[in-house]
Design a protein around this ligand. Structure first.
Ligand SMILES: [Fe+2]
Ligand SMILES: [Fe+2]
Length: 163
């Protein structure tokens, strides 16, 4: 059982952990201005997504009726969150190619997408927010793939380049 605020707090935490992950990646590649700026921009955009969740929290607070407990299993969302947070300590010999692939993978995680459908079913009030967050992920995927193609083509040695 969880109420809508618990779910929103978790969604916010996921956006913040993505923001931190991109911030970390930008610092890992701080000697490569193009990559640094790219990951910084991704990080700022995740902050914007967190802001979308916070806005929804403000709306919900004005409507106490929506605080009903709903039976929803948050364990998968929690696992996803732990997974993102544990990434920096698990990475060694990170190359630009690896970092970009990792980001593309995270933005397209089916596990998280599936979970979003469960949230919308349990909390119809969150439909628009969930839709917007999903669209943001899709935009990130496209943006990442385009950048990766351009970047890796332009510097064939990038896959071997250690930070
Ligand atoms: Fe996001
Ligand atoms: Fe994203």
């Amino acid at each position: 059982m969880a109420n809508i605020m618990t779910v929103l707090n978790m969604l916010e935490e996921i956006e913040i952990s993505m923001k931190n992950l991109y911030q970390w990646l930008s610092e890992e590649f701080s000697d490569d201005l193009e990559l640094y700026r790219f990951f910084q921009r991704m990080s700022r955009e995740e902050e914007t997504h967190a802001g979308m969740v916070r806005y929804q929290k403000r709306l919900i607070r004005q409507n106490p009726d929506s605080f009903d407990e709903v039976s929803v299993d948050l364990s998968e969302l929690r696992e996803f969150l732990q997974f993102i947070s544990s990434i920096p300590e698990k990475q060694s010999n990170l190359t630009a190619e690896k970092a970009l692939k990792l980001a593309i993978e995270l933005e397209g995680m089916d596990e998280e997408r599936m979970y979003r459908d469960v949230i919308v079913e349990s909390y119809p009030a969150l439909k628009e927010l969930i839709h917007n967050l999903t669209r943001s992920d899709e935009e990130h995927c496209v943006f990442l793939k385009n950048f990766a193609r351009r970047y890796l083509d332009a510097s064939p040695s990038a896959e071997n380049k250690k930070h």
